[in-house]
Design a protein around this ligand. Structure first.
Ligand code: TYD
Length: 246
């Protein structure tokens, strides 16, 4: 089999997996996106608890990472070890990590009827590597196709805070530790990140919702819960009995 044929087979397989898991008892897929210090991880965990309280089975996960192979790649990326190879190489590594994460964690969970909540996903690659890293849009699209096939989030929550506040939060969270590969970029970079996430949200309003995340975490969680209820109606979802939290 030629390399091209193998790649084609691979894409077909991914699409079939995605289509299979969309039929029947499929959970919902929610992603959190936004710049640094927007509170994604906190809000993702709070949302998971609320959904579990309804008796729904939830898989909370993150990128880069979320599966054994992807966590190894995460270390390479966030340590900055891949930075000298350029944004294109980094984009390929993020895609490789995503491929493993989708195959090993996300699709099996959705197929089992779980609600998957993922801290960062495709929009982060579009923004960090595509818009900020200037990696060719066609390459970003091709990598996306290969790594996720037809799997698209049902809802993407874009958390938005003023850059200064976000960077302050990151500094406090980090304490004495050194900033990671992306935290270390300057304020102008983070301003562009913010704008890029907002642009994506505007261009895909059916999938995305922007959440003003500068306030208290309980207020932000309330806004998120309202959007999730309106768009995905979790109260009407069938609980997965064997994983239900009492
Ligand atoms: P992480 O420690 O998970 O922090 P947070 O998500 O709270 O910012 O860092 C992940 C970093 O990786 C973050 O700076 C964004 C970056 N990233 C990309 O550049 N591209 C991607 O596709 C993903 C998923 C993340």
């Amino acid at each position: 089999m030629t390399l091209l044929a193998a790649k084609f087979m691979f894409i077909v397989q991914k699409q079939t997996q995605a289509i299979d898991c969309m039929s029947g008892m499929r959970g919902k897929f929610i992603t959190f996106e936004g710049g640094e210090g927007t509170g994604k991880s906190t809000q993702a965990a709070m949302l998971a608890l609320r959904l579990e309280a309804l008796g729904l089975a939830v898989q909370l996960t993150r990128e880069p990472g979320g599966s054994l192979g992807a966590e190894i790649i995460r270390h390479v990326l966030l340590s900055g070890a891949a930075k000298p190879f350029g944004a294109e190489a980094e984009a390929m590594l993020f895609a490789a990590a995503r491929d493993d994460h989708v195959r090993c964690t996300i699709l099996p969970a959705l197929e089992a009827g779980k609600w998957v909540i993922c801290d960062r996903f495709i929009d982060s690659t579009r923004v960090y590597q595509g818009i900020l890293g200037k990696v060719d849009e066609q390459l970003i699209k091709r990598l996306e196709r290969v790594s996720i096939g037809d799997l698209a989030p049902n809802l993407t929550l874009v958390l938005d805070v003023p850059v200064e506040l976000g960077l302050d939060r990151v500094k406090q969270r980090r304490g004495e530790a050194a900033p990671d590969r992306f935290e270390a970029e300057d304020a102008e970079y983070h301003e562009k990140l913010r704008e890029a996430f907002l642009t994506i949200a505007q261009s895909e309003p059916e999938r995305c919702a922007v959440i003003g995340a500068g306030g208290a975490k309980e207020d932000v969680a309330r806004q998120i819960w309202e959007v999730v209820n309106t768009r995905l109606d979790p109260k009407a979802a069938r609980p997965v009995v064997e994983h239900a939290v009492s």
